[in-house]
Design a protein around this ligand. Structure first.
Ligand SMILES: Nc1ncnc2c1ncn2[C@@H]1O[C@H](COP(=O)(O)OP(=O)(O)O)[C@@H](O)[C@H]1O
Ligand SMILES: [Mg+2]
Length: 259
């Protein structure tokens, strides 16, 4: 059953860079446990929208409200920076396309996972190590690599480590910007499988930015299609891919999904 209130309520988000309008009047709700894909070609404003909603980059207009654990629906941009930071490292996660932006490349894999737990006040070394080891296994990294730095990992392993680092605090909402894009096709497929499993198991709500409709089809319950900074179509993933209404979506679907 749907909860009476969304986890995230986004209204009228806009952003310009100088004269260029990067994003105009984007609105949506996200429900607990729901995965939303934001698709569109390069430059359509997907990352701008994601970064605005995740409070990483302040928009010029609009509102983002998040259902906090302690105080109900709150306007994210009215929170203090300290509150925003706390949210970002506990109840939210952010998975970057480039793992180096989301990891500390020179500290151990274990420390990368343990850091967010320490941010929540966990100080017990044995427990931190045990939890980190458990999470490495969950993302299919050999726990024997716990003391190795991500610099020594392959691209796919780095991305899986970034996911472990984000999920260890059991966030309710994870933002992902092209999480599989930099990887080889076979590595992408495995990572997608893992993401699908984890989002289902943890009933994680997620917003996944992707230019790849196959990623949306595999992961997302709902999708939003962007073109030139505007949302041109939104709906249930299956319906939207089977029966796209907007000419741009029709073009995307016909050019990508057909052999
Ligand atoms: N920091 C920036 N400075 C100037 N223009 C930017 C900046 N970031 C994005 N843009 C512009 O905003 C538009 C949307 O970009 P972006 O959100 O990154 O698109 P997408 O993620 O869909 O590829 C593009 O025209 C891009 O060139
Ligand atoms: Mg982008």
């Amino acid at each position: 059953m749907a909860s009476p209130q969304p986890l995230l309520r986004v209204r009228g988000i806009g952003k310009r860079y100088g004269d260029r309008v990067a994003l105009q009047d984007a609105s949506f709700d996200l429900w607990p446990g729901e995965v939303l894909a934001i698709v569109g070609e390069s430059g359509s404003g997907k990352s701008t929208l994601l970064n605005a909603v995740a409070a990483r980059d302040k928009p010029d207009a609009g509102s983002v409200q998040f259902q906090t654990r302690s105080a109900g629906l709150r306007e994210v941009f009215a929170m203090s920076e300290a509150e925003q930071r706390l949210l970002a490292r506990t109840d939210w996660g952010f998975v970057h396309q480039n793992a180096a932006e989301g990891l500390r490349m020179d500290v151990s894999a274990g420390a990368n996972v343990g850091e967010r737990l320490m941010g929540l006040g966990e100080r017990h070394y044995g427990r931190l190590r045990a939890t980190a080891s458990e999470w490495l296994a969950r993302v299919e990294i050999d726990p024997a690599r716990i003391d190795d730095a991500p610099r020594t990992f392959s691209g796919g392993m780095r991305q899986r480590l970034q996911i472990a680092r984000n999920l260890v605090t059991r966030p309710r909402l994870v933002f992902m910007d092209e999480p599989t894009s930099g990887l080889d096709v076979s590595v992408q497929a495995r990572l997608l499988d893992l993401l699908r499993q984890l989002t289902r198991q943890m009933q994680l709500a997620a917003i996944v930015v992707t230019h790849d409709l196959a990623v949306a089809r595999l992961l997302a319950h709902r999708m939003m299609v962007m073109q030139r900074g505007r949302v041109v179509e939104a709906g249930l993933t299956d319906q939207l891919l089977d029966d796209p209404q907007h000419p741009y979506t029709q073009l995307l679907v016909s050019s990508v999904l057909q052999p």
